[in-house]
Design a binder for this molecule. Structure first.
Ligand code: LLP
Length: 439
C-alpha cells in the first residue's frame, strides 16, 4: 500500500504527512515539492539495522545515491547506519555533514585520482575496489602517502536478478567488478594480497535494484561465500567481511510485493552462517546497502494540476507543474507510480487519466493510466514513493528550477533543500568577452 510512515487522511479529506496537511505544505512552499517523512525515514533505517543486528554481526549502510543532502546524512548518522557513497560529490556531502569517515564505504567503477585522494586523506573506512586499474592506482597513491587502506573487492557473481535490465548489475556482462566465473576475481584477490599498502578485508557484490525475490539474494550470497571458502582453502586467507549490496524492492504500484527486512536479513545472514559452518571458517561480518527501501517510501512529490487534453476515444492527459526533470524514472525505466489527489483524498476514483509533465517532450510522462477523482486545475497530485532516485537523478531540463525539499515531523516542516531560482539557473553561465556585443 502506498500510505506508509505517518501518512494518513485527515477530517478535511486531505492527505497528511508528519502531521501536516499537504494543502498547507503546497500553500507554504509552493509546488512541485518533495516531502520527506522524517519518522518514516527513521523507521526504515531502524527496520533494516535491527533486522540484520538480530541475526548477528552486521552493518547496514545507507546507499546515499538514492537521496543525499546534509540533513539526510545527519539522520542516517543518528540512526546508527554506515554510508555508501559513489562519487567525490557524495563523499564531500557526507564529510560536510560530519559523518564519521570510518563508517563510509566508497564505491565506483572509475574513481578519479582526486576522488581516491579525498577518500584517503579523510580516512574513509573502506574503498570498494572495482577493477585491476583501480587496484594498482590505489596502491600507488597509498604508498606515496605511506598509508594503508582497507578495501573490499567488488565481485560480479553472475546472478541475474529479476528487475529492469538497466538496473541489473550482478550479471556477467556488466561494467562493474571482477567477474567470478572466469577466474578474474581470483586474479584480483591475489593482486590485492600482493599490493603494498592495501589491506583486503572482504568482498562486495550488488545484484540489482528493486529486487523482490529473496532467492536471488540467497543464490548470490551462496556464490560469494563459496568464493570466500575457496580463498581460505587455496590461499590460506580469511576474509572478515562480505557486503551483499542493496536492491531490496519497495511498493510503487499494484503488483509490487515487497517482503520484510527480516526476510532479507535471514536470506543473507543464514546463508553466510551456514556456508561458514560447513567450511569451518569464521563467520564474516555482513554488510548490506539499501537505498531505495529506506528513503523511497518516505518521500512523496506534491504537484499542482494545470492543463488537460482529451484525445477522443484514446486518453485524457492531465498536466502537472513538474515532470521528467524532477522524476525521470517513468521515462527512463518505464517505472510505475501510485498517486492521489491530496486535496480530494476522500473522493472515489471517477476516471482513468494519464499524468504528463510540462517538459517539451512527448516522453515526459509521470504516470500512464491511473484512476483519479474528477480533477481540476489547482488540485494537488501527490505521487507516492518518490523519495529515492528522484531528486538524485533530477536535472534542469528545459531550464526548470529544481523543486524544494521539505522534512516533516510531528506538525513541523523544515526546508532541507532550497527551491532553485531562475538566478540559480544562470549562476554558472559565462559570456566570453568576444561574445559581448559592442555598443
Ligand atoms: N549498492 C550498490 C553498489 C549499488 O549499485 C546500489 C544501486 C545500491 C547499493 C542501492 O540499491 P537500492 O537499495 O537503492 O536498490 N536509478 C535506478 C536505481 C539504480 C541503482 C544503482 N545502484 C532507479 O531509479 O531505479
Amino acid at each position: 500500500m502506498y500510505l506508509t510512515g505517518t501518512m494518513q487522511f485527515n477530517e478535511a479529506g486531505h492527505l497528511e504527512i508528519g502531521g501536516i496537511d499537504v494543502v498547507d505544505l503546497a500553500r507554504d512552499y509552493g509546488t512541485p515539492l518533495w516531502v520527506i517523512d522524517e519518522l518514516g525515514f527513521r523507521q526504515n533505517c531502524r527496520a533494516f539495522r535491527d533486522a540484520f543486528a538480530r541475526q548477528g554481526n552486521s552493518l547496514v549502510l545507507y546507499a546515499s545515491k538514492a537521496l543525499t543532502s546534509l540533513a539526510i546524512i545527519r539522520m542516517v548518522n543518528e540512526e546508527g547506519l554506515g554510508l555508501d557513497v559513489v562519487s567525490g560529490g557524495e563523499l564531500y556531502t557526507a564529510l560536510e555533514a560530519g559523518f564519521p569517515p570510518q563508517l563510509i564505504y566508497f564505491h565506483g567503477n572509475n574513481k578519479s585520482i582526486d576522488e581516491i585522494t579525498l577518500a584517503i586523506d579523510n580516512s574513509v573506512g573502506r574503498i570498494v575496489v572495482d577493477n585491476f586499474y583501480e587496484l594498482s592506482l590505489l596502491s600507488d597513491l597509498c604508498r606515496a602517502k605511506n598509508y594503508t587502506q582497507d578495501i573490499l573487492l567488488r565481485i560480479t557473481p553472475g546472478v541475474e536478478a529479476h528487475t529492469h535490465e538497466f538496473i541489473q548489475t550482478g550479471q556477467i556482462d556488466s561494467k562493474f567488478g571482477f567477474t567470478l566465473p572466469d577466474g578474474q576475481a581470483m586474479e584480483g584477490i591475489k593482486m590485492a594480497l600482493n599490493s603494498p599498502n592495501i589491506n583486503l578485508v572482504g568482498l562486495h557484490c550488488h545484484i540489482g535494484s528493486q529486487v523482490f525475490e529473496m532467492d536471488s539474494f540467497r543464490q548470490a550470497t551462496a556464490l560469494m561465500m563459496d568464493f570466500v571458502v575457496e580463498i581460505h582453502n587455496k590461499l590460506g586467507y580469511q576474509l572478515d567481511e562480505i557486503d551483499m549490496g542493496g536492491g531490496f524492492g519497495i511498493y510503487y504500484s499494484a503488483g509490487d510485493d515487497p517482503t520484510y527486512a527480516d526476510d532479507w536479513a535471514d536470506a543473507v545472514m543464514s546463508t553466510v552462517a551456514e556456508k561458514a559452518r560447513q567450511a569451518n571458517i569464521n563467520i564474516p561480518r555482513v554488510i548490506v546497502e539499501p537505498g531505495r527501501a529506506i528513503v523511497g517510501p518516505a518521500g512523496v512529490t506534491i504537484y499542482s494540476i494545470g492543463s488537460w487534453k482529451e484525445v477522443t476515444n484514446v486518453r485524457k492527459y492531465l498536466a502537472v507543474d513538474g515532470g521528467m526533470a524532477d522524476n525521470i524514472r517513468t521515462a527512463l525505466y518505464d517505472a510505475k507510480y501510485s498517486a492521489i489527489l491530496g486535496n480530494k483524498a476522500n473522493l472515489s476514483p471517477q476516471e482513468v487519466v494519464s499524468i504528463a509533465g510540462k517538459c517539451c517532450e512527448s516522453g515526459d510522462m509521470l504516470i500512464w493510466d491511473i484512476e483519479l477523482p474528477a480533477a481540476e486545475a489547482g488540485d494537488l497530485l501527490v505521487v507516492f514513493a518518490t523519495g529515492a532516485y528522484n531528486y538524485s537523478m533530477s536535472s534542469n531540463y528545459n531550464r526548470l528550477p529544481r523543486p524544494a525539499m521539505v522534512l516533516v515531523n510531528d506538525g513541523r516542516s523544515d526546508v532541507i533543500i532550497k527551491r532553485e531560482t531562475y538566478a540559480d539557473l544562470i549562476s554558472n553561465d559565462i559570456i566570453p568577452q568576444r561574445l559581448k556585443a559592442p555598443r
